[in-house]
Design a protein around this ligand. Structure first.
Ligand SMILES: [Zn+2]
Length: 108
């Protein structure tokens, strides 16, 4: 799966590391990250809420050591039918650890 971002000005799909839009030349804005800790009992509910918020572009689940366990690129497809396999994977993570850190990338 290729990581993509979108131009905030014209909406063109761009490579994740793009600094400027190849179509309109607008600088690509840096997205905002926030992190919170949660118990894995709550993890699936929190992730579902984030996906519904609509401006979230990526969700990363880290364990207590700060190691990335799972990454969800929140695309239109993921919000729809493709979300179920991610929820199954989150369930597997919840069985392994009791607390985790959720890092959320938001489109501004
Ligand atoms: Zn553009």
């Amino acid at each position: 799966m290729r990581e993509m971002t979108y131009c905030m000005e014209c909406g063109k799909e761009l490579p994740e590391d793009a600094k400027y839009c190849s179509q309109c030349g607008a600088p690509v804005k840096v997205s905002e990250w926030e992190e919170f800790q949660t118990s894995t009992d709550d993890l699936i509910r929190r992730v579902k809420e984030l996906v519904r918020e609509g401006n979230v572009t990526r969700i990363i689940i880290r364990n207590e050591k700060g190691e990335t366990m799972f990454e969800i690129p929140v695309t239109v497809g993921v919000i729809g039918a493709l979300f179920a396999p991610y929820l199954a994977a989150l369930g597997a993570i919840a069985a392994l650890v009791t607390r985790c850190t959720v890092a959320v990338e938001r489109r501004q």
